[in-house]
Design a protein around this ligand. Structure first.
Ligand code: C2E
Ligand code: MG
Ligand code: MG
Ligand code: MG
Length: 293
């Protein structure tokens, strides 16, 4: 009767943490009209190759509320998923991201950057998702080859259905790349690799955290890399914070890297107002950084 205890836990935590529930309710109400009040913003975090060259950015949404302060996506996106506001928020994110990507594609130093946009399960199963995405791509004038969609493994079906597969293939045919985010943490990983035309696996930060001293993490990463290699899929590691972690992952065979070691998520104007690509690279990367031999 494990699930009964689970239920009891939830009920107890509601009773013993009324402040938490109030905060949830407060956030839910405040989320109403957040887009209209211009409280949402996208920050961009660099993804680099083994030579620390910027391959592109990941768009990460931020919510700045006048009274509640800066609220992280981990706090408000689950609420938006539950009440359906994610659909409108997701459309705003995609429009903003595509406008930014179009601007980067027009500038010489960022012409080849790719922009990763996170898509939640709730968004992708919205009947109009692909139509709206196609319209956004067209209206923004981006080259779709610069766009990556990061899908989390928590999509609700055990394997993606035919319609979803066809729609995703249609995007891939236009050059859009699919990334499986938080790879290794879900239970449907292999079904998604089997059924979707995936270009990248993104190793979850929880494995990167322990990569230097946890042999289980090391073995899991090796298994992900072997799987990806045999299927011609590239691997990006997220949450790389130290040079030692980077060194390990680089030697293990990861193709791309993302994390505080290379740069934190920043508003676009703080990334691009520094001029050319080399200046950008050194401004988002620690000055003493060297690629290990
Ligand atoms: P994610 O897509 O796996 O994003 C990675 C998270 O790790 C981001 O947190 C990022 O700021 C953080 N991070 C990056 N490098 C490091 C590092 O070196 N160390 C540590 N400790 N953390 C690092 P963030 O921005 O709070 O986003 C959390 C999650 O919220 C994301 O996980 C994603 O699932 C979701 N999310 C964020 N933006 C969006 C969005 O625009 N749309 C959707 N649907 N979900 C989003
Ligand atoms: Mg992501
Ligand atoms: Mg991730
Ligand atoms: Mg994650």
């Amino acid at each position: 009767a494990g699930w009964l205890f689970f239920l009891k836990d939830i009920t107890e935590s509601e009773a013993t943490h009324p402040a938490l529930c109030n905060r949830q309710r407060l956030l839910e109400q405040a989320l109403d009209g957040a887009i209209q009040r211009r409280e949402l913003a996208l920050h961009y975090q660099p993804i680099v190759d083994a030579n620390r060259a910027v391959l592109g950015m990941e768009a990460l949404v931020r919510w700045q509320h006048a009274g509640l302060g800066l609220i992280s996506p981990g706090d408000f996106m689950p609420i938006a998923e539950r009440n359906g506001k994610i659909v409108g928020i997701g459309q705003w994110i995609m429009q903003t991201a595509c406008a930014q990507l179009a601007a980067w594609q027009r500038a010489p130093h960022s012409r080849h950057w790719q922009l990763s946009v996170n898509i939640s399960a709730r968004e992708i199963y919205e009947p109009t998702f692909f139509e709206v995405l196609q319209d956004t791509i067209t209206a923004s004038g981006v080259d779709p080859a610069g766009l990556k969609l990061e899908l989390t493994e928590t999509l609700p079906l055990s394997s993606p259905d035919q319609v979803l597969q066809r729609q995703l293939r249609n995007l891939v045919d236009q050059g859009v790349q699919l990334v499986l985010d938080d790879y290794g943490t879900g239970c449907t990983s292999l079904n998604y690799v089997k059924h979707l035309p995936v270009s990248w696996l993104k190793i979850d930060r929880s494995f990167v955290d322990g990569v230097l001293d946890n042999s289980r993490d090391q073995k899991i990463i090796a298994a992900i890399l072997a799987l990806a290699d045999s299927l011609d899929i590239r691997v990006v590691a997220e949450g790389v914070e130290t040079l030692e972690q980077f060194d390990y992952l680089h030697r293990a065979g990861c193709h791309a890297f993302q994390g505080y070691l290379f740069g934190r998520p920043l508003p676009a104007d703080r990334l691009t107002d520094r001029g050319d690509a080399n200046q950008l690279a050194s401004s988002v990367l620690p000055g003493n950084y060297r690629v290990p031999a």
